[in-house]
Design a protein around this ligand. Sequence first.
Ligand code: ADP
Ligand code: MG
Length: 680
Amino acid sequence: MASLYKMPLSSLSGIGPKRVEQFNKLGVNSVGELITFYPRAYEDWSNVTKIADISQSGVYCVKAILAAPISDRRVSGGMIISKGAVYDDTGSLQLIFFNNRYISSMLTYGIEYFFYGKIEFNDYGVQMTSPTFSQIGEAGIHPIYRQTAGLNGKTIANAVRQSLKLLPPVVNDPIPEQVRKAFNLWGLREALNGIHFPKNSEELENSRKRLVTEELVVLNLGMKNLRNHSRGVSSVKIENDYSEEFEDHLPFTLTNAQKRAIADCVDDIKEKSAPMNRLVQGDVGSGKTAVAASVCYTVIKNGFQAAFMAPTEILARQHFETFKKLLQDTGIKVELLTGALKESEKKRVRAELQSGEIDLIIGTHALITDKTEFNNLGVAVTDEQHRFGVAQRAKLLSKGKNPHLLVMSATPIPRTLGLIIFGDLDISIIDELPPSRKPVKTVLFNTSQRQRVFGFIKKEIAAGRQAYIVCPLVEEGELDDVVSAEEYAAELMLKQFSDIPVGVVHGQMKSDEKEAVMSKFASGELKLLVATTVIEVGVDVPNASVMVIENAERFGLSQLHQLRGRVGRGSTQSYCVLISDHHNEQTKQRLEVMCSTNDGFKIADEDLRMRGPGDFFGSRQHGLPQLAIADFADTKSLELSQKIVDYILFTYKDLRCDELKLLNAEINRLFDRGGKNTLN
Ligand code: ADP
Ligand code: MG
C-alpha cells in the first residue's frame, strides 16, 4: 500500500500551492498528516438551548433572531468591538465580537441564526462571546481545527473529508486484532473517520478511546525501549556498606524513612549485577539530600566517583556547600561544576575529574556536556528529577560504565504517569518528616491586607527569623498589576522595611550576583528575600519562617507547594501567606486547597485535576515526546494503556515479532518526529 504519508496534499482537489503552504504552517505536509491532524475541539449543534434556560456560564447553541444591526466601535489601540442583541421566544442575550470587521456585514437584522459559543454572565447581562453562527441549523457534532491565516475550518474539514476517502478499505492496523478484541477497541479506519466526523457522541468516544490508547501504548513501549537501551547489564561492584559510618558525620539523626531509603539503595548497589535504578520520592523538606549523600559516601568509599546533578545554579551551589561541610573530615574531595564557573576553573575541575582526583562532583547540566569525563563514575544522582528529560538522565549515565542511578523528586508524579516516565524504576518513599517539624500554616489574603502581612513579617524578623516574598516573573509587556521583583523590592526597602536588610534575586541577574545574595540570606545577614521563582526548587534556609506569595493565582498548586516548602524546615512554626485579588470561584478553590492541606500528593492530584498536565510540568522538559491526541492528565487512559502494554508483552513476548511490526514503526515515528502520530 502506498503510504498516504508520501502522498502530497496537492493531490487533493482544490488544494493548490498556496493552500499547501498554509497547511504546512499547521505542520501538515501530506495526506497522511492531514488525516492525523485531529480536531482540537468539537461543537455540538444538535442541542439547541432556549435562552431562558441558560442559568450558568458555559458553551451553548441558541437559535435566535438578530434584534438590530450589529454596531462596530473602534477602541483605543485600534481594536474593533462589535456588539449586537439577539432574542428567541424566551429571552434575549448580547453578542460580542472582537476585531472582526466583517461581522456587521455577515449578520442581517431580523434573520434567525444558530449561534454557538461561550456564554457568560456579567454586568450587562447574558453575553455570548465571538460565537460561530449559521443560518441553517447544522445538526450534529462538528470538528473544530486549529486554523491559520487564510485557512478556515471549513476548508480544512473538506480536505480531511477527501483524505479519509483515500484510506484503503482495510487499513493495516498497528494494534493487532487480538488486542483490539481483548480491550474492545475500534479499528483504525473507523476511529479515524469517527474522530473527524462523528455521527454522535458515542462514536466520538469510541474513536477517541482507540486513538488515545494507541498513542499511549506507543509512548509506553517506546519509553521501555529507551530505558533498556540506556542500561547495560552488569554494573559497578560495591562491596562494603559505609552508611553507618556516614551517619557519624551528620548533625542530626536520620528518620526511619530516610534509613529505609538508604537501606534500599545499599541493597541495590551491593554486589548485584544490575545497576541500581531507584527513585527516592519524598515531600519537600523530607530530607532527600542526606539519603543521596549517604549513597554517594558508600560508593566513594568503595573507590568510585559520584556525580550529583541539580537543575539550577543556586541549588547546585547550595548542595556543594552542604556536602563540603558534611564531608570535611573524610578526605573526600568535593568540587562544583556549573556553567557559571570561569573557563579556567571549569578546565581544572574537568581535568581533576578525568584523572580521578575528585571523588564527588556537584553540578548542573555542565556535567553532561561532552567535555566532561569521569575516571570511574560509580553513581549518578539527579535532584528534582522532573526538571530533567529522560535523555539527560541517560547522558549522565553514559559518563560511566553502567553506573548506578539514583533520582530524587519532591514533585509527586501521578503513579500512572510515573510508570511511563520511570518504568521499572524502583521507588523508595520518604513518608516521614524530620522530627519536631510543625506543619506550615497557610492563609489566603487579598492585597488590601498587605500591610498586615508586612507587619507580621516584621514581627517574625524581630523574633530572629527570616522571610521570603515571592512575586511572579514578569515578562516584557505583561499586565501592570503584576509587580516586578526589582521595583517591588525597591519600594519595600524604601518604605516598610527601611530598617531591615532586604535582598533581591531574579532571573535576569548574573549567577554570581544571585549567589552572593543567596549566601547572605543563608548566613542570616539578609533578613528578607524578595524573589522570583528562582528560589522555587530545593533552597534550604531552615531559619526562614514566612513565605509570602504575591499574585498567588498565577502559580500552579505544585509550584506553590514547592515554594511553601522553603519554610517549615526547622523546628519553629512557619507561615505561608498567599496574596491574591483574583477571587473568581475556581482560583479561590485552587488556593483554598493550599490552605487546607500540606500533603504534596493530594496537591499534585488536585493540580492535575484542575489545570491539566501542561501546568503540572510547566514548560519544563519532562523528557516525553509531544502527543497528538492523548493527554497526560487522563489517568483512566494511562491505566488502560498500561494494561494493554502488559498484555502485549505477555502475549507476544518479543517486541520485534511480525504482529508488532506496524506498532514498532509507530514507536519509531513518535520518538523520531516528536509526537506525530501516523499511519502505515
Ligand atoms: P528535601 O527532601 O526537600 O530535599 P532537604 O534534604 O533539603 O529536603 O532537607 C531539608 C532540611 O531538613 C535540611 O535543612 C536538612 O538538613 C534537614 N534534615 C534532613 N534530615 C533531617 C533529620 N533526619 N533530622 C533533622 N533535620 C533533617
Ligand atoms: Mg532537595
